[in-house]
Design a protein around this ligand. Structure first.
Ligand SMILES: [Mg+2]
Ligand SMILES: [Zn+2]
Length: 183
């Protein structure tokens, strides 16, 4: 069985797609950043596979449960679908080496900047055609991008400290705009 390879757009979640609330407490705290939903729809419509890759160490730290993370992702997907947009995959790492919940307290190959979530997505959705992209607001997102051979797109007002990035923009909307303009 073959399928047409598609480009991938990996997105960090907190601070990139939705407001970084520190650690989300309730579903009511989910706020998409300005222009983010439309940016995701543009990626969908252009044939990109859109994949969330998010570290959720709040699970290991005992701030919320893994089922809460799943509820957040379901709520995000519902909101996206009401705008004709969607995620193709939502992956998260609930682990942290310094956690307080025993079953989640360990180092993990899925925790960014390690590339476990990229490898999982590649198995389930890939392989991806080039160029593919990673959008994120942390240095660890940019390191993840480089290790996974994704073009690093940095979202934020300060200058990224780690090497060169493909794109540096104030928002996901602006970064996606840049990607489409650069093609
Ligand atoms: Mg972030
Ligand atoms: Zn993990």
């Amino acid at each position: 069985m073959t399928h047409r390879q598609q480009q991938a757009a990996f997105l960090d979640r907190d601070g990139t797609v939705i407001e970084d609330a520190g650690y989300l407490a309730t579903l009511d705290d989910i706020r998409f950043l300005p222009g983010a939903i439309l940016a995701i729809k543009r990626l969908n419509d252009a044939g990109f596979l859109v994949v969330i890759a998010t570290n959720q160490s709040g699970v290991a730290r005992g701030y919320f449960s893994e089922s809460f993370v799943l509820d957040v992702h379901e709520a995000m997907n519902r909101q996206l679908r009401s705008h004709g947009a969607h995620f193709d995959g939502l992956y998260y790492c609930p682990h942290h080496v310094d956690g307080s919940v025993a079953e989640y307290s360990r180092p993990c190959e899925c925790r960014k900047p390690k590339t476990g979530m990229f490898q999982l997505a590649t198995r389930l959705l890939g392989p991806f055609s080039q160029p593919s992209y990673m959008f994120g607001d942390r240095e660890s997102d940019m390191e993840f991008a480089r290790s996974a051979d994704l073009r690093p797109c940095f979202i934020g007002s300060h200058r990224p400290e780690i090497g060169d990035v493909f794109c540096h923009a104030a928002s996901l909307a602006d970064a996606v705009d840049f990607v489409f303009t650069a093609r």
